[in-house]
Design a protein around this ligand. Sequence first.
Ligand SMILES: Cc1ncc(COP(=O)(O)O)c(C=O)c1O
Length: 427
Amino acid sequence: MLSQRATHFADAPAFLNAAGKAFADPYDAHTNPNGYINLGVAENVLPQQLLVEKFSQIRAKVAVDPVDFRYGDFCGSLPLRKALAKLFSSKIFHTPVDPNHFRVTNGAGSCIEMLSACICDEDECIMMPTPIYHGLENDLNRRFKSILLPFPMKLVPLEGLEYRFDLDFDALNTVYEQSIKQGKIIRGLLNINPSNPFGTIFEEDQITQLMDWCLERNLHFISDEIYALSIFPSSNTPFVSAIQILEKKNWKQKELIHIVYSFSKDFALNGVRAGVLYSQNEQLLTAFSVCGYFTGVSFDTQTLLASMLQDDTFVDHFLKVNCELLEEVAVKSETLLKQHQVPFVKAQSGMFIFMNLLALSPKQNKTEDDEKRLWLQLLDDKKVYVTPGFVFKSPIPGWYRFCISCTPFEIIEMALKKCVEAATEFQ
Ligand SMILES: Cc1ncc(COP(=O)(O)O)c(C=O)c1O
């Protein structure tokens, strides 16, 4: 017999079971043409060749240091933290940063889990604007039992088939006040900028307002900025980090602002498992260091990442090429959606497009149940895995996220055509 905790750990969410099918039987034009096309996973294979070359070069050039075979500060070797400080000060925060304010963890997911455990006791809440990246609930709740408290964003129609989801401060205040009345304890708010699932960039004044709202209430503000360096070249909204805003506003409560980052997205290194915390909260940093044994990154990997970041020419070239490749597939995907009259959120960054596939169905009064049924039809009949809006806690049914960088565009095109076919016939 196992513990109650083990029962909770083993209770996988529905989307993980579905993703499991797609992972177990992947499509391949030659060897498995009847397999699943997986557009649910947030991966970027587009710049892989550059990484293969760079990593092979580092392996050949950088001597193995026996220090890497020993115990040490799993939360970030000094060379890696210094390299991160350079990257963040020059490209993300645009202000000098102290290497001692970084902690390295085995992925951003693990960093968010640890952050939530440090900010909340069991059953305490972190607010988030929804739709939001579906992994967060797992990060908060699976082991440390913090609660994701959603407040819905509002859908704004733009031109033609284009839409945007905006922060809704009325919804934020309503959910906050109702929750406090119900006795819930709210410790912080987490926002993802640039966004997952939309790939949009929040305007600086929106983030300033959100941070101000949190600080007025003494709440922690967590900014997940793991797509900060995946901005499309033609985006007309500049990305502004929460740290830039903190500096500009000169707020005193620096210990309430935390940044989450990762090598998984901007550097397309999901499998390497390296995430980053930036915070000026000394107690939090110490908690991360003490628990670093559980969330640490292998020193061999830390050396590899530090060597990569130390090469400015490579970093500049890689990021530029990656952003160009991402925009190219985004534009092609949007063109296809327009051809088929599918409404979508116009992305400015990252690796996703959020589309309203259910809009194609002739059915009246579409519900979340319809969204689920269509999702399962896509999976079981069309063998296409996209991520449905309900897992992002979308307040409006019918939306699905697909990843534009996880496979060559011809396969995305084929999968989207199958999605359109199924949605058009859906009753
Ligand atoms: C916004 C966001 N945060 C965190 C993560 C987790 O990233 P990692 O692979 O570093 O754990 C993801 C992964 O998709 C993400 O999109």
